[in-house]
Design a binder for this molecule. Structure first.
Ligand code: DUC
Ligand code: ZN
Ligand code: ZN
Length: 482
């Protein structure tokens, strides 16, 4: 056995596959031994029968993403990864976003500069493809996929990011050929523009009308359209931040037809409703995100989707903007009309404690489902498994020791992001990480944040696990040579 640098004793080690009592031995930042009565190590942590899980993998968060000035994200790689670590996440995958007219390689290079020396936990990159020029499709995208950037997001809305249907098909064709994973933001841009114009013209410009401008059918239609594109090209896609029952119906319909349609949801669709945008003053802006939170019946449908396997990943979609800030929610005035309010809410640090407390703690999901949704599946989906997302010999020692008897009322004062609010203020929790370890080093324990900016490493992604040989069984695919 390798010389052990750290042993975590008396763990109840939970993976997506099983639960076992064991000690966990670590050397060189990796798990090298699992068993009872491991030899003494220089550093020992007694987990005392607590659950020990793979660290969270947040497969959807936005950090220091370039924005049209003066808009600015509140968290960079330093504050964002600090906050993630304190909430039990040990790998983040934010987005290198291509601006229209920009080379995709330049966007990735710029994003590396933003991350360099700042992260305290490991990170990989997705890309956002907003300008799929012939050069991007032919040269840049294939090269970047080979170089470890194997997933990218396409938008069906937002003027500065959205692709036409034809462009989405072009991008899916590359993903199919090279085995990449495409994440889709599914909302119908024209419907949103039309509804927003009507609402503002009639004086309905308060934050609560953000929800009215993007009702469920707008998401349902785009979800169905994205599924149709994936079917045409026979390529897996992941529909991100699914907000409620109507989009879920489309996804289940597609999954029932045997299509490889994967789905993600986020805390805002379990813990917020449109009523949270409909509060006194301008405070509703704190919950402006897209798609918007729906109602209690839709929250239940999202819980059902987590329980019954419709959803594969549970991410934060952390998109941090300060509330009381002209670069944040008060962009362009003290109370801007809803179409000008930056979309997005913070959630990196609260993602795991919220789902553990209200999912596992209430018996809705079990411990293994929790690990699968928050760590193992995103690691698989984005080609980081088994280095990340599990407790196994050879895996990175990214581990969370949970305190599942930790009663608290959530308050922004206890969080470590750089945002001046949490949309989950006052929610009661029953669990919080006692210790977070990143490659065997403690980055959080009950005494506080222990990480160091710059210790986090960039990790290249392999090809996603869902990629599989494509059958040639339908005439239009055969005609296209797919
Ligand atoms: N919606 C997005 O599409 N991205 C970031 C945040 C949000 O609300
Ligand atoms: Zn999105
Ligand atoms: Zn997002």
């Amino acid at each position: 056995m390798d010389h052990l640098e750290l042993v975590i004793r008396n763990a109840v080690a939970v993976t997506a596959g099983d639960i076992q009592r064991c000690d966990i031995g670590v050397a060189d930042g990796r798990i090298v031994a699992l068993g009872r009565d491991l030899p003494h190590a220089a550093q020992e942590i007694d987990a005392a029968g607590r659950y020990v899980m793979p660290g969270g993998v947040d497969g959807h968060c936005h950090l220091d993403q370039p924005m049209p000035p003066p808009m600015k994200m509140a968290d960079d790689f330093e504050s964002g990864t600090r906050s993630a670590a304190c909430g039990g996440t040990t790998t983040v995958i934010p987005f290198a976003a291509q601006a229209k007219g920009q080379s995709l390689v330049a966007a990735v290079d710029d994003y590396h500069r933003r991350a360099e020396g700042r992260a305290c936990i490991d990170y990989a990159f997705h890309m956002i493809v907003s300008d799929p020029t012939p050069t991007v499709l032919r040269d840049e995208l294939p090269r970047l996929i080979r170089d470890g950037y194997t997933s990218f997001k396409v938008y069906m809305t937002y003027d500065d990011l959205k692709l036409s249907d034809r462009e989405i098909l072009d991008v899916l064709e590359v993903a199919r050929r090279d085995g990449a994973m495409v994440m889709v933001h599914a909302e119908n841009a024209d419907c949103i523009a039309w509804l927003s114009e009507r609402l503002v013209e009639s004086g309905r410009s308060a934050p609560r009308y953000h929800a009215a401008s993007r009702p469920a059918p707008v998401e349902r239609e785009a979800t169905h359209r994205a599924i149709t594109f994936a079917e045409l090209l026979d390529v897996p896609i992941l529909i991100v931040h699914v907000s409620g029952g109507e989009a879920i119906e489309q996804i289940r319909w597609a999954q029932g037809r045997g299509l490889s349609i994967y789905a993600e949801t986020c805390p805002q669709y379990l813990f917020l409703t449109a009523d949270d945008l409909d509060v006194d003053g301008f405070h509703g802006a704190k919950c402006v995100c897209s798609p918007p939170p729906r109602d209690v019946a839709n929250q239940q449908k999202v819980w059902d989707g987590l329980v019954n396997g419709t959803f594969h990943v549970f991410s934060s979609d952390h998109a941090p903007f300060r509330y009381d800030d002209p670069r944040g929610k008060r962009l362009g005035g003290a109370e801007p009309a809803f179409p000008h309010i930056p979309n997005g809410i913070p959630g990196l640090e609260t993602r795991l404690p919220l789902l553990f407390s209200h999912g596992v703690g209430t018996g809705r999901i079990d411990l293994q489902q929790f690990v699968a949704l928050t760590s193992t599946n995103p690691a698989r989906m984005y080609g980081l498994y088994p280095r990340k997302g599990t407790i196994a010999i050879g895996a990175d020692a990214d581990l969370v020791i949970w305190d599942d008897k930790h009663e608290l009322k959530l308050s922004n004062a206890q969080l470590h992001h750089n945002v001046d609010y949490t949309p989950y203020e006052g929610i009661r929790l029953t669990a919080w990480p006692a210790v977070t370890l990143s490659r065997g080093e403690v980055v959080w324990d009950e005494g506080g944040y222990r990480g160091v900016a710059g210790r986090g490493q960039f990790i290249k992604c392999g090809l996603p696990a869902p990629a599989r040989p494509r059958p040639k069984d339908f005439t239009w695919r055969t005609a296209l040579g797919l």
